[in-house]
Design a protein. Structure first.
Length: 149
């Protein structure tokens, strides 16, 4: 993708690299209806943003299901997306927690697999937010957060 100014000078560009095989996919277990494949899944592996001669790169590793396993920022710090088990992650569809590199912080989510919606979120400070839904269509969420003094 290219961004040009009014006089057609290049201001910035973004390069997407797909299906790199440098990092093999992480293997999952007990994923329903999952068939392992060999080779590339066509996921974006590297995104490089250029606004000059050098670029800023972000890299992604994946599970064999195609979900993101880890992302690496421009400093090489790693964010990990955790799938505790096939039950709490709705068949390895949604991560139950995300570990960020800053002071070993983590955020977590509890999922309702019927509606594919979050029912509880816990932020990096340990603050929990409960989410309830008016009916089985899972629209009209009511958010309840207990604020600590």
């Amino acid at each position: 993708m290219l961004t040009l100014c009014g006089s057609s000078n290049l201001l910035s560009s973004v390069n997407y690299t797909y299906g790199e095989t440098t990092y093999p996919p992480q293997v999952t277990s007990n994923t329903p209806n999952h068939i392992s494949i060999n080779g590339s899944r066509g996921n974006v592996a590297t995104i490089t943003n250029y606004s000059g001669p050098t670029g800023i790169t972000k890299h992604f590793d994946y599970f064999d299901t195609g979900n993101v396993y880890q992302s690496y920022d421009l400093n090489g710090t790693i964010t990990t997306y955790n799938y505790a088990n096939a039950t709490s992650t709705c068949g390895n569809s949604f991560p139950t927690s995300t570990s960020v590199p800053v002071n070993s912080l983590s955020i977590s989510t509890v999922w309702n697999c019927t509606g594919a919606v979050a029912t509880k979120l816990t932020d990096a400070n340990g603050q929990s937010t409960n989410i309830t839904y008016a009916n089985d269509t899972y629209f009209g969420a009511q958010i309840h957060r207990k604020i600590r003094p």
